[in-house]
Write a protein that binds this ligand. Structure first.
Ligand code: CO8
Length: 257
């Protein structure tokens, strides 16, 4: 039985975290499987976009597995955190675009997984939170760092210090999710969003992602220099010739996606 399901079609990979009986809580087995699936995707040029969701209608992922954390000593906790960081960093830095389709609870490590994705869509019933402080621990899979980069320090501190859940409307209001859909429309609408992205030059989209991800980690001057290099790189691609010619010739571009 696999805890991480993968389906691919038309350049899109859909990953499903599949342990609904524990609300898709992330244990080592799941993280190991997820790492393997992500590493394979990273080498597959036919896949341009990745959607990650949770099995069932109740939960995306309700955090790291609390039972597994129960008896950890500090050294083991460090390893547990490091491994999660490695997997989520690989997701963050994939050349493919990633969308977390949040179908229910996204708590603790589950929300941190969604934060490592490029975009987040949510069902109206989704709930978001970093409840770690209620367990006497801090977020350990990037929550103290990525959340503030997405929603700003003030909202991030409020969520982390109170440990309270917010609903999809509030998540949308603070910029934590990009879109909110009816529960049964979450995946169909997320796929449409994916198609919209895929109608563009994916080499350009992927380079833009690299520029954004690099820029957020350094000062503005270095970030702008990097952007210049990325921009110049576009002028060595077939997609640039096709995209600009198509505009001038008043036709739809045929990108090499
Ligand atoms: N870990 C393990 N099991 C879980 C988890 C979890 N995070 N969440 C839910 N489950 C299990 C429950 O124990 C229950 O199992 P059982 O049926 O065997 O009793 C089953 O899933 C269903 O859950 P509930 O009966 O509790 O369902 P409810 O609808 O009553 O409640 C909630 C749903 C509110 C989501 C509730 O389950 C809950 O509060 N879950 C825990 C949420 C949480 O605190 N998450 C954060 C965990 S800490 C974390 O993620 C840290 C990440 C960084 C790690 C760094 C490493 C050092």
């Amino acid at each position: 039985m696999s805890f991480v399901l993968l389906q691919t079609a038309n350049g899109i990979a859909e990953i499903v975290i599949n342990k609904p009986e524990t609300l898709n809580a992330l244990n080592s087995l799941i993280l190991n499987e997820l790492e393997k699936v992500i590493n394979n995707i990273s080498k597959d040029d036919d896949i341009k976009l990745v959607i990650i969701t949770g099995q069932g209608s109740k939960s995306f992922a309700a955090g790291a597995d609390i039972n597994e954390m129960k008896d950890l000593n500090p050294q083991q906790a460090r390893e547990f955190s490091r491994f999660g960081h490695t997997v989520f960093k690989t997701i963050e830095n994939l050349q493919q675009i990633t969308i977390a389709a949040i179908n229910g609870y996204a708590l603790g490590g589950g929300l941190e997984l969604a934060l490592a994705c490029d975009l987040r869509t949510a069902s109206k019933t989704a709930k978001f939170g970093l409840p770690e402080v209620s367990l006497g621990i801090t977020p350990g899979y990037g929550g103290t760092q990525r959340l503030q980069r997405i929603v700003g320090m003030s909202h991030a501190k409020e969520m982390i210090f109170t440990g309270e859940m917010i609903d999809a409307n509030e998540a949308y209001r603070i910029g934590l999710v990009n879109k909110v859909y009816e529960q049964d429309e979450l995946l169909p609408c997320t796929r449409l969003l994916a198609q919209k992205i895929l109608s563009n030059s994916m080499s350009a989209v992927s380079l833009a992602k690299a520029s954004i991800n690099y820029g957020i980690q350094c000062g503005l001057d270095s970030a702008c220099q990097y952007e210049t290099e990325i921009f110049s790189l576009c002028f060595s691609t077939r997609d640039r010739i096709e995209g600009i010619n198509a505009f001038i010739e008043k036709r739809k571009p045929q990108f090499g996606n």
